[in-house]
Design a protein around this ligand. Structure first.
Ligand code: HEC
Length: 104
């Protein structure tokens, strides 16, 4: 039991230390590209202009707004979650990802 608690504490420390994703909240009207530059480029960049048009490799079956938006708000094993990106800004960054996807 004690060991489990330690593991949880370590996981929380790693997750919260690796980025400010939980704190990041774009102001209203922030564009998808601006959100990308602030919140995503650290792991998904930096990119040349050319790369910017083809950098995501979402597979065709996941190429939809529901998947991408869920990925952003919930994260996954190695991708942090961004619970404060929502509404119009979530739509903007989701559209940005889909428009710049390699498998489009
Ligand atoms: C701390 C690093 C990190 C940050 C910051 C980050 N990501 Fe990720 N992201 C990852 C990793 C690692 C993966 C691939 C592994 C996985 O899916 O868990 C990933 C996967 C993804 C995928 C799925 C790609 C695919 O081919 O299925 C999308 C979409 C995505 N990220 C969008 C974003 C967006 C949008 C942002 C900014 C709001 C962002 N990520 C910020 C690390 C990060």
């Amino acid at each position: 039991m004690k060991k489990q608690m330690l593991l949880v504490a370590a996981a929380v420390a790693v997750l919260s230390g690796c980025s400010g994703s939980k704190d990041y909240a774009p102001t209203a009207g922030t564009s998808g590209q601006e959100i990308f530059a602030k919140a995503c480029i650290g792991c998904h960049g930096p990119l040349s202009d050319e790369e910017l048009t083809t950098f995501w490799e979402v597979t065709p079956e996941n190429m939809n707004a529901a998947y991408v938006a869920a990925k952003i708000t919930q994260g996954s094993m190695s991708m942090p979650s961004f619970p404060n990106i929502k509404g119009a800004e979530l739509e903007a960054i989701t559209t940005f990802v889909l428009e710049h996807n390699k498998n489009k």
